[in-house]
Every structure is written in C-alpha cells, then in structure tokens.
Design a protein around this ligand. Sequence first.
Ligand code: ZN
Length: 495
Amino acid sequence: MPSALEQLRARLAKIDDLENAAAILEWDQETHMPSAGVEARSRQVSTLRQFAHELHCEDETARLLQTAEPETEIDKDLLRVATRDFHHATRIPADLVGELSRVTGMAREGWKEGKANDEFSAFEPHLAAVIDCNLRKAEALGYPDEPYDALLDEFEPGMLTSQVSTVFEALRSDLVELVGQIAQKPTIDEGVLTRYYPAKAQWDLGVRVMTDLGYDFSRGRQDRSAHPFSTTFSVTDSRVTTHLNRHHFNPAFFGSLHEAGHAMYEQGVDHELDGTPLQDGTSLGIHESQSRLWENLVGRSRPFWDHYFPAVQGYFPAALSGVSSSDFYRAVNAVRPSLIRIEADEVTYNLHIMVRFELERAMLSGEVKPADLPEAWNARMDDYLDVTPTTDSEGCLQDIHWSLGTFGYFPTYALGNLISAQLWTAMERDCGNLADLVANGEFATLLGWLRQNVHRHGRRKSANQILGSTCGTGLDAGPWMDYARAKFGELYGLA
Ligand code: ZN
C-alpha cells in the first residue's frame, strides 16, 4: 500500500497533468487553431479544467493532505503549498463561483460596449457587481487586515496590501518629480523605431538574442500570436510567442526578451519539482521581475546596445544605416507621459499601476463609488502624469482586467519592476560589474545567479523569502528609483 504522501503526490501529479493538457489546448488556440474551432475548444478546455478542479476538491485530497507525513524538506514545502492551493480551491462557495462567472460574462460585454462607444454608464452597474463579488470572495478566503489582502494574495502570496502601499507611496512622489523634470527637457527622437523592419529579420534577430541570453530552445519554442505570452507545461517545455509589427521595432524585440525572461524562469526550476505544485513561479511579481530584468535592465541598457547594435544593423541595413548605437539606445528609452498603460515607457509605467492599485483599493473600501471612477481616474492621471483623458475609453475603460473580475493583479506589474532592480543590486554585489558582462555578451553569469537564487526554488520560497535571502530586505523601491534616476538623469541631462 503506497503511503499517504505517495498517494498525495500521485493525485497532485494527475491534477497537474489535466491542468497542463488544458494549457496546451489554450496555447494551440492562440497560435495555430483555425478560428472556427473556438467553440469546441472552449468546451474541451473547460472539461479538462473541471476534472482537475473536481479531483482537487475531493475529500480524499483533504484526507491525504492531513495524513501525509513529510520525509524531506521538499515534502514539507509541497504539503504547505498544496494545502494553500486546496484552501483556495475549496473556500469559495460554489454559488459564488457561479455568480462570478455570470457577473463577469456580462461585465465583459458591458465593458466592450462602454469602451467602443465611450460610455462609462454601460459598464458601471457591472463594475458594482464585480466589486460586490470580489468582496464576498475576500470574505470567503479570509484576510489579515483588509479585503484587498485576500485578492492580492492570489497573485502575490504572503504580500500584504499595506506593504505594497507603503512602498508605492514612497516611490510615487520621487517618480512624479522625475517625470516632471524629464518633461521639461527636449523630447528624444523615436523616428528610427518606426521605419520598415522586415518580419523575417525581426524573427531571426529575436531567436538569436533569446538564445544568447540563455533561453533553451531544446526545451521551448517560439510561435506567433496576436498578443505575446509565455506558457509552461513542464520544466522541459516552456514556450513563448511573439507578435511582429513591420513598422515598429519594439514590440517583437522587447516582447521576445520579456517573454524569454518569463520562460527562462520556468526552465530554471529544479527538475525534482516537475509535476508537483512547486514547479511554477512563486508569484506574479517575481515572475515579472524576471521578464523586466531581461527586457529593461539588460535589453534597454547602454552596454547591451554597444554590444548588439552592429549586429542589429546587419539585420536591418535599410532602416539603420547611418544610425549610431547611442541614438538607438536613446530612442528605445524615450520617456513620454501618455494615457495608455500598455504603451507606457519604463519610467511612467509604475505610475499607471499606482493609479489602478489605489482605485481598486478605494473601490473595495467604498471610498470611491463606481459612478465616481472616471473622475477619480482622471484626477490621478493629471496629478501623477500631467495628462488628462478626454474620453473614458482612453481613461478608466482602457483595460479589460476589471471586467474579468480581476482585482489585485495590477500591482504585480510594478512589483516586478521594483524587484528586478533589487535583484540586480544583489547580483552586482555577488558577480561584480554587470555592465561589463552585458557589454561582452556574457549573460551566463547573470542567468546562473538567477537560477541559483530565484529560479530553482520554484514555489518553495515566497517572494518575501527570496528578497530576504538575496537582498537582506523586504520589498523596497529604493534600488529601482536609484536606477531610474541614474539612467534617465544621464539620458535627459538632469542635474
Ligand atoms: Zn510579463
């Protein structure tokens, strides 16, 4: 008779197989599936996910979690994480799950209509229902201080709202000041980025640079999709997608670096954890720190472009003859306060996130009523970025997230930025001058450090534990702010 622990491992592996099979179907849907297949595909994915969910929530899972006796440190972590997942899967009552799916189904339609016609009133009642469902969900899950904790915890386990809020507050005034100083300076010419960039050369360049950084194509692949993403089915199969725009250099190139950063994290998880709930990124913030580190701290740095620019010119001789490495470096780092988050640059991006985080929290507490959202949104955009939306479509209706019922997700984007700079500082302390390594195209040292300190642990260590063991601190905006001041101060000639 296998032990309770063995039975539990077998059961969790089955759940993992069902989830990953569903994820492969979803990957196929975004990359290769004919569009007519969408209805059947939704059914197939939902069947697999339902089986996984049922197996997960059975009493037998609870019994095994209670009786399994850990033999190793990995077993202990497995039990802790699997128990957490079990609570998340079972604490939300079935009627609320149904209600959430009904409410968000309608909210999505209301949001689409509102965004298309610039009519917030089409979305407002749905937003109220989404907030209500999220409050009930938070009550069901439980939280230490405020309902937002429960929602944040789904994406950023162990991180408290107050922790994020304190760090954001400290960052905000410094960042608003930096953006204001940059706005006084002449704009950087980005024209070079919107010349003609043939698709095949973009593809080939992306593959070359991802390979140089350390993305392992023998355990991954790249395909095209409308929106780039990365997805993982096992430690031995972590894939990325890209979107090629012939008239803009940035989306495919920086998108590839970004997604490769996510996928290299998953490729770096200890093989021993494969097929268990521990084989995954530990939080969205840590995940995003990996994508942003390669995209921005490496890929938008001067040494990176000193190293790559001659080769990149070879891929695009027509677009880039006569352009200098320095001009190109400046163009890919231009700062331009704008209304739209997904078009935001490295500096202003975090402010877009703070607007959303503050408003989510205020809507949950009742401080901002759904009807007052447009006004509260516009006031913050004006305060932080000195831009004011003239329509709600380019204001509070721009993102799909709230219509999907997702609250607590946005802050993880900014956490990723902050954590990437914290890890960079720790890496520099351990590995020496990182700029020299990047200038020489020696990325293996960087990846090796990330593997050792972040990737291999999978979900065994929380974000706070990773920060503690690498940086000796908790979440801290200081390193990112220092980085931004130095880099953009030099670029814009600030005092
Ligand atoms: Zn990402």
